[in-house]
Write a protein that binds this ligand. Structure first.
Ligand SMILES: Cc1cc2nc3c(=O)[nH]c(=O)nc-3n(C[C@H](O)[C@H](O)[C@H](O)COP(=O)(O)OP(=O)(O)OC[C@H]3O[C@@H](n4cnc5c(N)ncnc54)[C@H](O)[C@@H]3O)c2cc1C
Length: 253
């Protein structure tokens, strides 16, 4: 018996497929990252937090594929990515510095049914924890939460090098309100007056600045692999159940 199309989850209707994207807009996102706005006429839409694969093909036929989280969500043919340049990387320097409006890219997606957030209409709190470009899928969740006027309280703890390295800085600031709290943790340079706060996130940071385990928040953690693994183990030590913690590792250390 097939599922009722009216009650079937969106993810079931959004089977991954290959798509051709045209670069509509490019803009610097941070000193090392770019925002890519892509027109993808065949895009089926995506849940907040999903990712896709970008495949590049060189003139000699050599191909390279990398995953990127999607900063946009919902039913739209405009797909937004934000790519941080990994020095000496194969794909990210091309996307950040060489790509031009009108260029075409091959995309496969949407991907990832686990690391997604959907409006729930319950009031279970959601704690987002990002390191660097790992904020991309978490920004999509926060924006989707605001667009849906979902009642769940959201908090984002975002570890970032300096104020200039905050992805979606204006958009995140605009989301702050009774249902969304933004907490920036700087690792190298803080805005004036906060120099004493500089440092990497630790277990103590999580204990002091995230929703306590006793409130059973759903927790999403995303960033470099080492960051995600450290944060996830500290969350477990602080009493969060493994089933309440969802992680996405971007690679690197
Ligand atoms: C599900 C998923 C979603 C992702 N979403 C994003 C995103 O939204 N934005 C974004 O900028 N990146 C994202 N990434 C990372 C991205 O897929 C690439 O790994 C990254 O762009 C580097 O690719 P590259 O070809 O330039 O480097 P490579 O040539 O693959 O690697 C060069 C060197 O850099 C190291 N390295 C690889 N990845 C990283 C990394 N993320 N950080 C630090 N060092 C690294 C490698 O170990 C290697 O030593 C995501 C990864 C995954 C798995």
């Amino acid at each position: 018996m097939s599922a009722d199309p009216l009650t079937r989850p969106d993810t079931a209707r959004r089977r991954p497929a290959w798509h051709v994207a045209t670069v509509a807009e490019l803009a610097p996102e941070t000193p090392t990252a770019a925002r890519l706005v892509l027109d993808v006429p065949t895009w089926p839409g995506n849940d907040a937090g999903a990712h896709l694969d970008v495949r590049l093909t060189a003139p000699d036929g050599y191909q390279a594929t990398r995953s990127y989280s999607i900063a946009s969500s919902g039913e739209t043919s405009r797909v937004v990515l934000a790519v941080d340049e990994v020095p000496d990387g194969e794909v990210s320097p091309f996307l950040v510095r060489e790509l031009r409006p009108g260029d075409q890219l091959e995309l496969h997606g949407p991907l990832g049914a686990f690391f997604v957030w959907q409006p729930s209409r319950d009031d279970r709190p959601v704690q987002l924890i990002a390191g660097g470009s790992g904020v991309v899928p978490l920004y999509a969740m926060a924006a989707s939460h605001a667009a849906a006027a979902d009642p769940a309280p959201f908090r984002l703890l975002y570890s970032v090098r300096t104020p200039r390295h905050v992805f979606f800085a204006d958009e995140l600031a605009a989301l702050v309100g009774p249902a969304f709290d933004l907490d920036l943790a700087y690792t190298r340079e803080a805005p004036d007056g906060r120099q004493g706060d500089i440092g990497r996130i630790t277990k103590d940071t999580l204990a002091a600045r995230t929703i306590p385990a006793a409130r059973r928040p759903q927790v999403f953690v995303c960033g470099p692999t080492g960051f995600v693994e450290a944060v996830a183990s500290w969350l477990r030590a602080l009493g969060h159940a493994a089933a309440d913690i969802r992680t996405e590792r971007f690679g690197g250390t």
